[in-house]
Design a protein. Sequence first.
Length: 344
Amino acid sequence: MERFQQNPILSPADIPPALEGMTVESLLNPGAFRFDGKTWLLMRVAERPEQKPGRISFPVQRDGKVEIMDIDVSDPELDARDPRVISYKGSDYLTTMSHLRLVCSEDGIHFYEPGEGYGPIFGSGEYEGYGIEDCRVAVIDGLFYLTYTAVSRNGVAVGMMSTADWKSFRRYGLVLPPHNKDCALFEERIGGKYFMLHRPSSPEIGGNYIWLAESEDMQHWGNHRCILHTRPGRWDEARVGAGASPILTDKGWLEIYHGADRNHRYALGAFLMDKDDPSKVLARSSEPLMVPETPYETGGFFGNVVFTNGYIKDGDRITVYYGAADSVICGAAFSVNEILAGLE
Ligand code: MAN
């Protein structure tokens, strides 16, 4: 694996806020795709109001309008120990609100905003009131499908949209109810059916494992099967979740996933699924492919995180785009054959 020398390739200062009065707190976890002869990223942009001393303020979307919650830090009903989540008067909120933003590039390294007509894409309706995040982009039957995390007071769920031109979108609403995220679609049908990886969370019995589901129409998903567990005492002991669409190789479907340990360190690994029956996991990385190491990965809004949900494949080489420390966007090059050779 080789990190781009130019890392980080995108930082909050590169992107103007989409909403008036907000600042861009972080850029995270982009989906990646080719379109119009260029490489595109669909970034998650997390915004919040300028923070005043002694106060905590954050945006919430209600009935299509953005409202600002503003709380005194000494309020005994406030718990703000996690930089990402706030608990106030028995309800949970996010400290930032995310939307999705497009950037494009000729060389895959230097990205710029494409201009008029392309986004930003905001959450809408009662299941996206705290924003939309971590969007995967899959190309299926010539259309782009977006699967993303939809966050609201009702929980964290998986929403879906499709588009042909990145200017107009069909919104399907939630394809999976809470608590679920990390949904990656297979780009080809298997036995005539569509498949997805997804990650329900179970805090008490069970855990944060990767599941497989199938569908006839891309909207109704069933035959759910749990295919990848966390591994006690290892780098992926606490949570695992799919990255972007599985890569079809001659050995099977290769998936790059993230694993977190009990200290919330996020690293990347891979596993291989049977070509004709992806519920069979044939091999898996015992050691991570990539761990947070550089200063931009270990320090930031939420340090010690490398998280991917987008890549561009060019023969054996894949460029993995990833979010570092929930702050900035980076890239690294991998060889598919080397990943395959390292699986056990
Ligand atoms: C976790 C983190 C946050 C994210 C929420 C909701 O707390 O990944 O960054 O905003 O989940 O998805």
